[in-house]
Design a protein around this ligand. Sequence first.
Ligand SMILES: Nc1ncnc2c1ncn2[C@@H]1O[C@H](COP(=O)(O)OP(=O)(O)OP(=O)(O)O)[C@@H](O)[C@H]1O
Ligand SMILES: CC(=O)C(=O)O
Ligand SMILES: [K+]
Ligand SMILES: [Mg+2]
Length: 617
Amino acid sequence: MAAHSLLHLAAPKSVAPTSTLSPAGAAHPRLLPSHRPQRLVASCSSAHPDLAAFPNPNGLLVAEPAAAAPVDIDVATEAELRENGSRSTRRTKLVCTVGPATCGPSELEELAVGGMNVARLNMCHGDREWHQKVISSVRRLNEEKGYAVAVMMDTEGSEIHMGDLGGAPAAKAEDGEIWTFSVRSFEAPLPELTVHVNYEGFAEDVRVGDDLLVDGGMARFEVVEKLGPDVKCRCTDPGLLLPRANLTFWRDGSVVRAKNAMLPTITSKDWLDIDFGIAEGVDFIAVSFVKSAEVINHLKSYIAARSRGNDIAVIAKIESIDSLTNLEEIIRASDGAMVARGDLGAQIPLEQVPSIQQKIVKLCRQLNKPVVVASQLLESMIEYPIPTRAEVADVSEAVHQCADALMLSGESAMGRYPDKALSVLSSVSLRIERWWREEKHHEPLELEDVSSSFADKISEEICISAAKMANKLEVDAVFVYTKGGHMASLLSRCRPDCPIFAFTNSTSMRRRLNLQWGLIPFRLTFSDDMESNLNRTFSLLKARGMIKPGDLVIALSDMLQSIQDGQRLTVSVRRCPGPRSINACASRPRCRLRPQPCSASSTAIRCGALGSATRWW
Ligand SMILES: Nc1ncnc2c1ncn2[C@@H]1O[C@H](COP(=O)(O)OP(=O)(O)OP(=O)(O)O)[C@@H](O)[C@H]1O
Ligand SMILES: CC(=O)C(=O)O
Ligand SMILES: [K+]
Ligand SMILES: [Mg+2]
């Protein structure tokens, strides 16, 4: 990653842009119905006053070519920016597992409108045809409505689980009943009190006296007898058995890792699913039950050889004892991690899960890898329209830890209130993020160096400085122009107080960036000339009401490959002339900072700062 970076401090000019900005097929953006496609086209005339005001790095005035420059932004983000300003946007990203409750195009759109950033497909359930339909629907939504919803495919993996109960939605196990857990295959319907187990070595591995836990303890059995492929078990904690529920067996207080520990992390079925994911162009592959970094490295080379330049990020799911043993090397090898608390809580004592979550979230931030906190965040909302107080506290804690993303599982896949559950995640995130900023909980975490090359180190330091500056000056947004996404993620790692507008020229990179904390990804055609990029961006966003005259912005870029050393870092303070901005300040009665008689230049900067200082009152 080249560190040819450019640092700008700039405020948009308040002059009316002469560029025309129009969504494809619409007369004027402001007349758009809220669900119209939001692909915009800006054409700038060479006489644009903004352009004339910005010299290029060589000091020459540049005229923008009249070429059309589309920018992709979705209706939900645009409305949020226009109504509440950039500082109020949600920083924590939301992942929704798609299932029978949400797989239709209109349900998917409801989720996108509600703030879904990533749609997760769990390959444990549904066939490829079903998954393919969902992926097409998400893609259509993105293309037609300007969303950047990414698709995450989650592998099945090879841990031990029950079969599908012969089509029954659930089965109830009562106290004292003797159930047969068998590796034999059965025709539906299953014999009474019988379940199929997917792992052939099961009957060999278990011993009489072992405890058999379904879904980490939703029901519990004691092994009483082994008869060839059949294992007879007495129910000791009655409960509900769900299709394909996870099974663990415990001996002397610990989960048993017998021959099952030798099962491959990626099974032959998973490889077929991965081929399917590559062919479908998914954005993330989440690998279940990762045990070591090797499997991640192997998968990454497999993808690199097959995906023809369409990079797919590999997310390591931390959900087994083995993954905890090799945690740091697994995360270093991956492009991100998931704290998969469901299975993790079935393999380690539950009381250890919160501290392990915190450790993983911290480690991921240190290593600059996005991290998702998953499972049971709002479990009761599968059935009920409001969450428990304890669930809200759990979500708050994950937001307060500054995890990149929160995930819904059964709540969105098969619950009764998927949209309400998403809206709870969204509103709790917004409230806690605001509290975190107000309380100055953003005291800088001592970030260790992550970069291995000197060039990367420069990018890293620029991002750290930009984030500090953004906090001190209370800027409204940091703009980052990025092709490979690296600098955007380095900025996200700093968790600045303001949002990060990430401009990338690639649609797939835009989707990938959508998993990372604080990034608002836009797709924009840009050039190597930062001045014209800034002009175009200001014109486009200002015309749509997504930024206002007087807003203060720091702009960075990691895509200038040829700039000379001396020009690597430039800082410029732009003046925002404008009675509009001064009026905006004066009209805020509770504003602590009074506009003082000062030069136009400092007024402009102060106006930007005032805007952000007052917004949280
Ligand atoms: N594609 C799907 N088709 C049918 N049901 C699904 C689908 N995806 C999820 N579900 C339902 O939602 C529940 C919760 O989803 P989730 O993705 O958390 O799966 P899980 O089976 O609990 O396992 P894991 O997340 O560990 O892979 C599942 O148990 C299943 O009942
Ligand atoms: C998400 C997942 O796989 C788990 O929590 O087990
Ligand atoms: K899975
Ligand atoms: Mg799991």
